[in-house]
Design a protein around this ligand. Structure first.
Ligand SMILES: Nc1nc2c(ncn2[C@@H]2O[C@H](COP(=O)(O)OP(=O)(O)O)[C@@H](O)[C@H]2O)c(=O)[nH]1
Ligand SMILES: [Mg+2]
Length: 427
């Protein structure tokens, strides 16, 4: 089957180019952004590149896409599991962990191939079908597509929203673009899932909540952990120069890969009057956790790593963290400005840790959150916190749907109607 590779400034421009050159029967297989250099390096800019095939007979609409498990995810998971088992021999035969990981792998595999099908978008038959819809060519549809891509939403996310718009907006409603936008903002909000913090059960003996922060280096884990410690600690006041906390919080850092600058957490601990423990291995972590078991409210664990692609290191870390109690809450930190493709990779690389939620860091550094919203929706992940600056402890807030929506660039956002629509998800 013949292939094409086309580049343009926007996704829709690129699709129009493909349509003009190769006709309606084409299928986009790969989307990536490429950096175009201007003359003498001046005016360099990003473009969308679409690769795909064309000139095939349209598939009947009823035909279902076949879902085959992608190989790379399986390989990746087994690398992490193998490394984890190697690091702690006593864990090698934990069949329940293996079963859970296997299940996660197959589920995310299925979700991923479905996403890839959707991302393959604009197949010949879909293009024909949309051509039949007269509202397809309405200028509002074009504008909506551009606005969504400008906010860095993924191709599959944009496609889903456009299809819904085609289905639900009659021609006369499309004339009022502001109304269209308001409605679309709600649809986007419906795709955002907010993490629900577990209730602290009232019990005679204290049982600490254990929270672990994961993520690639430099995303802001340590800074976020300190911000969380102050949120959870509930400041009582200051006495003789020491901060006083209503709740007992302890910080733990995994020492394995520390380099000079990483003594950061200990310095923060000293400043905040919150004890910090440094542990080296599974047994060390187990001991510290046992020590704190009945006397504290929160234990926050910082992790350190060189790269999420270093599977042996991820495996070792996983083996060490297996010392944590079953109810430990793992949060994955991702930087708001990360590109869609990289986000998908990171989300999958940390899957073996069974993290419950994602913390979006450095939202202050970008105006666009479509990338994060799309990938989290695709991968069924919820957001717990958003961090918005380097200042400790103030630059953190619990994630809300509205907080992410008001960041959308070029969209008319009606705050009141959103608060009304999302109620508790919004506060
Ligand atoms: N602009 C911005 N910078 C942040 C934020 N959170 C952390 N940083 C900065 O990012 C850098 C790396 O943070 P750090 O917590 O050491 O990252 P880690 O390697 O993941 O632990 C530091 O310079 C932080 O001050 C944030 O929300 N916004
Ligand atoms: Mg750190």
């Amino acid at each position: 089957m013949p292939h094409f590779v086309e580049q343009a400034k926007t996704y829709s421009e690129c699709v129009n180019k493909i349509r003009a050159k190769y006709g309606q029967d084409f299928k986009v297989l790969l989307e990536r952004s490429v950096q175009k250099r201007g003359l003498f390096g001046v005016g360099s800019h990003e473009e969308i590149e679409l690769t795909g095939t064309y000139g095939f007979a349209p598939q009947p609409q009823t035909e279902r896409p076949s879902v085959s498990a992608p190989v790379d995810l399986e390989t990746l998971k087994s690398q992490v599991i193998a490394a984890a088992n190697k690091a702690v021999p006593s864990n090698t035969g934990d069949p329940s962990m293996q079963a859970v990981l296997k299940e996660i792998a197959s589920l995310s595999g299925a979700v991923r191939s479905l996403n890839e099908k959707v991302d393959g978008s604009i197949s010949g038959s879909a293009a024909k079908k949309s051509a039949r819809n007269e509202n397809n060519n309405h200028p509002s549809m074009q504008k909506l597509e551009d606005d969504l891509f400008n906010n860095e939403f993924s191709a599959s996310f944009v496609k889903t929203i456009l299809e819904r718009a085609r289905r639900e907006f009659p021609l006369n409603e499309l004339d009022d673009y502001e109304e269209v936008q308001k409605q679309v903002v709600q649809w986007i909000g419906e795709k955002i899932s907010i993490y629900e913090e577990p209730e602290q059960p009232v019990q005679a003996k204290k049982k600490p909540r254990v929270v672990v922060l994961l993520g690639p280096p430099g995303v802001g884990k340590t800074t976020t952990l300190v911000k969380l410690a102050t949120l959870y600690g509930e400041l009582e006041g200051e006495q003789e120069g020491h901060l006083d906390w209503r709740k007992q919080v302890r910080l733990i850092t995994l020492d394995r890969y520390r380099i000079g600058a990483e003594y950061q957490l200990e310095k923060y601990g000293e400043w905040m009057n919150i004890p910090v423990s440094v542990v080296d291995d599974y047994d060390g972590l187990k001991k510290v956790l046992a020590l704190y078991k009945q006397e504290v409210d929160f234990i926050l664990i910082d992790t350190i790593g060189r790269s999420p692609r270093n599977y042996a290191e991820l495996g070792e870390m996983k083996a060490m963290l297996d010392a944590c109690p079953a109810k430990t809450e793992y949060h994955l930190c991702v930087q708001a400005s990360t590109k869609v493709g990289d986000l998908r990779d990171i989300i999958k690389q940390y899957e073996p840790f069974k993290y419950k939620s994602v913390i979006i860091t450095k939202l202050d550094e970008t105006d666009k959150a479509g990338n994060v919203i799309s990938v989290l929706a695709e991968e069924n992940k919820s957001v717990s916190f958003i961090t918005t600056g380097q200042t400790v402890p103030s630059d953190i807030e619990p994630a809300t749907v509205i907080r992410l929506l008001i960041n959308l660039e070029g969209f008319a956002v009606d705050r009141h109607s959103l608060v009304d629509h999302f109620k508790d998800k919004a506060v």
